[in-house]
Ligand binder design. Structure first.
Ligand SMILES: Cc1cc2nc3c(=O)[nH]c(=O)nc-3n(C[C@H](O)[C@H](O)[C@H](O)COP(=O)(O)OP(=O)(O)OC[C@H]3O[C@@H](n4cnc5c(N)ncnc54)[C@H](O)[C@@H]3O)c2cc1C
Length: 475
């Protein structure tokens, strides 16, 4: 395939103008009053200028957008919630297929099934499902889009009990590169359904997801105990040792952070470096309270926000610090850890004490549970067997801090990668890191080869390549 074109000829401009009249949604172009707002994504570090942003209102709009991209050979970016840190939801010069208006959610209470639009957020789904005491395992910041998240896995407070978001998929509707509208499930387009559960946005534009939902809440037990960073080594070891026997009901992460300067926290703690064993127990409240108690006694807490809270509140607990259009520059990397021995803990603690900025967050997620019991070849998703996931979510406010912060992040990641195969969680990926070696390590050879087959069948010209890209054989 020839390189995708920049939409700058008179013929391109005419095609875009014609296209705009076919949409039920709207078309935003450079010079329009809302253009600069529409091209923003969550990561402040991303500054791209598409030729056209197609705000789709339904499947027909998506088909038209794909047809235009094909006819004019345009670079295509697909935008769900715009939270991908690498900025894949926007592009220079080409077309953004923006699904933000396709955020409908319909709950079939009796069947415990949920149908959600390709541009819905976690909050949209939580809002509708919790009205019926149900939940879909998605992720832990409610403004995040379910599109990118589900297609690359989706790790939430419910993963140890109910698996990754993609494990809860029943079917997926999508528009493929040739403009066809397909349903993928265990009965139809089975190969595609396998690939969509972990293979990212490589196969087309998902217009809706159908999930299985589970009874959760309305109240759950939340754990969030803030300990001083000076106690990090002991708290971290205590968390690891205690959770060796954790029930599936408890999903947890331990995070290195600084108390944000926010009214939710006592002002005397603002900026204080902390380590926080956090988690959510989705079983009976008394059981949850009893289970988390030792995590609240791993040292002398500075603050303890643990206790029973509505599931919706737990899902929104971090929202104020990760606003929809972020004020901060971000660069993230992740690494699955096969062991978390004392040496690994010491290395992470040393880095935790020397984070480059106060906004840099380092969560270590406890994996295992239901997500790890799905066979590795049942879906495309990799990394299921890893017991821990380290994520380095570096963030800064002053552009001048970028170079140093990114260098620190890469250096830390390289240090931790020594002796490991470099398998990462593809939802936590920095810009320009989707090398074939990294993708292979993350999926495993067998799943990677199968993904290449499916990609070659459904998107042989690699129209959908602004993602954690699986290159088709022909390209
Ligand atoms: C604050 C924050 C918190 C997060 N928390 C979690 C978490 O708890 N658990 C977790 O697993 N991940 C988490 N993530 C990572 C998140 O899963 C990814 O950033 C993901 O890409 C977000 O999806 P999105 O739809 O918002 O992405 P976008 O930026 O809109 O899209 C990213 C890519 O996904 C694909 N895509 C999106 N929607 C569609 C669609 N409908 N059809 C086809 N392709 C599509 C496209 O390839 C696109 O390039 C978090 C990210 C942030 C910024």
């Amino acid at each position: 395939m020839s390189e995708a074109q920049v939409a700058d000829t008179a013929s391109d401009q005419q095609a875009i103008a014609d296209f705009s009249t076919t949409l039920r949604g709207s078309c935003i172009r450079p010079g329009d009053h809302d253009y600069d707002d529409a091209r923003l994504v969550w990561n402040k570090g991303i500054d791209k200028r598409p030729a056209v942003i197609a705000r789709c209102r339904g499947v027909a709009d998506v088909i038209e957008a794909v047809k235009l991209a094909r006819a004019k050979n345009l670079v295509v970016a697909v935008r769900g919630g715009g939270h991908n840190v690498a900025g894949n939801a926007v592009c220079d010069d080409g077309i953004v297929i923006d699904l933000g208006a396709m955020n409908h959610v319909r709950v079939d209470v009796a069947a415990r099934r949920v149908r959600a639009g390709g541009g819905a957020t976690i909050g949209d789904v939580d809002h509708e499902t919790q009205a019926f005491g149900l939940a879909v395992p998605l992720g832990i910041v409610s403004q995040t889009g379910i599109g990118g998240l589900t297609l690359c896995g989706g790790h939430s407070w419910l993963t140890r009990k109910h698996g990754f978001a993609c494990d809860n998929l029943v079917s997926v509707d999508l528009v493929t590169a040739d403009g066809r509208y397909l349903t993928a499930s265990e009965e139809q387009n089975i190969d595609l359904f396998w690939g969509l559960r972990g293979g990212g946005g490589n196969f087309g534009v998902v217009t809706s997801f159908e999930f299985e939902a589970h009874p959760v809440g309305p109240d759950v037990t939340f754990c969030a105990t803030f300990y001083p960073m000076e106690d990090a080594a002991a708290v971290f070891r205590g968390w690891r040792d205690y959770l060796a026997e954790a029930p599936d009901e408890f999903t947890s992460q331990i995070a290195f952070w600084s108390v944000p300067p926010h009214e939710a926290f006592p002002s005397e703690l603002h900026g204080r470096q902390i380590i926080v064993p956090a988690g959510l127990h989705c079983g009976p409240l008394e059981e949850g309270q009893r289970f988390i108690q030792p995590l609240r006694e791993l040292g002398e807490p500075l603050l303890d926000l643990s206790g029973p809270i509505p599931y919706i509140a737990a899902q929104q607990a971090f929202d104020p610090f990760f606003k929809t259009k972020c004020e901060r520059f971000n660069y993230w990397k992740s690494l699955y850890l096969d062991v978390l021995d004392d040496a690994a803990i010491d290395s992470i603690v040393a880095r935790g004490l020397n984070r480059p900025t106060s906004w840099t967050l380092m969560p270590i997620r406890l994996m295992g549970g239901a997500g790890s019991r799905v066979p590795a070849d049942a879906t495309a998703l990799g990394g299921r067997n890893a017991p821990f996931l380290l994520s380095i979510d570096s963030a800064w406010t002053d552009p001048d801090e970028g170079e140093r912060t990114i260098a620190w992040t890469r250096d830390f990641w390289e240090e931790m990668r020594q002796g490991r195969n470099g398998s990462i969680y593809l939802n936590f990926v920095g810009d320009g890191e989707d090398t074939e070696a990294m993708m292979r390590a993350s999926y495993g050879d067998a799943n990677f080869e199968r993904l290449v087959e499916i990609k070659s069948k459904y998107d042989p010209a690699n129209m959908f390549r602004l993602n954690q890209n699986i290159r088709p054989r022909a390209v």
